[in-house]
Ligand binder design. Structure first.
Ligand code: HXC
Length: 257
């Protein structure tokens, strides 16, 4: 498939999407959003793919939604076209997605990274929600996801001042899972993705779905949901294989798809 704003490749069981609008620091325009969803559709439909990595360049994961594209939109236009709604499809993907972030992840770029299941950051990564400086606020989930990830005090401070947060602080605050040297970013993210992709795909997907319930429900309902999904795992061949392999002291061969 031909893409204009992204590069898509598969590395074994891992799908890799590289945002590729270097002249605009990977600003997220509507073409890019459409292409990301098209690529994700294909990677999700491919039973050989067990994990997806999304990355940008060394300078920018993405410097935000494309300001030039939206600057002159009227209220009726932005309301009727609802051009950012496609991001809900990105966030709702069922296969695991890792954001490998180097450089700027600002505004919609930070929000895109937070839509992924976790973020691996290079030591030069800079996160921020600077929309307030443009006379708007985060509009792709940032007010909600950032608050859940780093807590109200820091989310307020970041969204109200627009200040940037470096990689070390982002790790300390719970925004990113791991910080690695810039030169190792893609290798590390792909290695983690390969580990996930080597496991049982349905069990991985059920685990993702169950963890995500934590954002949507009470503790007791979340635990009830977990218990039901846990029980259902015993209907898979991979559960039988995983436990038999442990008992027989051999590596498991997961096959469910
Ligand atoms: C469109 C962008 C862009 C953006 C950068 N560019 N960010 N174009 N939308 N978000 C373009 C610049 O206009 C410039 O194009 C080129 O990329 C290089 O950027 P420079 O500014 O020259 O680079 P530099 O001096 O290194 O500064 C990097 C930067 C700065 C600090 C990241 O570009 C910046 O502040 N960008 C905007 C960050 C931002 O406000 N993001 C939030 C967007 S709003 P030319 O043609 O001049 O070379 C948002 C809302 C989401 O995301 C919610 C939607 C629902």
């Amino acid at each position: 498939m031909a893409y204009e704003t992204i590069l898509v490749e598969t590395r074994g069981k891992v799908g890799l999407i590289t945002l590729n609008r270097p002249q605009a620091l990977n600003a997220l325009n509507s073409t890019l959003l459409g292409e990301v969803n098209r690529a994700l559709d294909a990677l999700e439909a491919d039973h050989g793919i067990g994990c997806i990595v999304i990355t940008g360049s060394e300078k920018a994961f993405a410097a935000g939604a494309d300001i030039k594209e939206m600057a002159n939109l009227s209220y009726p236009q932005i309301y009727s076209d609802d051009q950012f709604a496609g991001w809900d499809r990105v966030a709702g993907r069922r296969k695991p997605m890792i954001a490998a972030v180097a450089g700027f992840a600002l505004g919609g770029g930070c929000e895109f990274a937070m839509m992924c299941d976790f973020i691996v950051a290079a030591d030069n990564a800079k996160f921020g929600q600077p929309e307030i400086k443009l006379g708007v606020m985060p509009g792709m989930g940032g007010t909600q996801r950032l608050t859940r990830l780093i807590g109200k005090a820091k989310a307020m401070e970041m969204c109200l001042t627009g200040r940037l947060m470096g990689a070390e602080e982002a790790e300390r605050s719970g925004l990113v899972a791991k910080v690695v040297p810039l030169a190792d970013l893609l290798t590390e993210a792909l290695k983690t993705a390969e580990t996930i992709a080597s496991l049982s795909l349905p069990i991985v997907m059920m685990t993702k779905e169950t963890i995500n319930r934590a954002d949507e429900t009470s503790l007791s309902e979340g635990i009830r949901f977990e218990r039901r999904i846990f029980h259902s795992m015993f209907a898979t061949a991979d559960q039988k294989e995983g436990m038999a392999a442990f008992v027989e002291k051999r590596a498991p061969q997961f096959k469910d798809r």
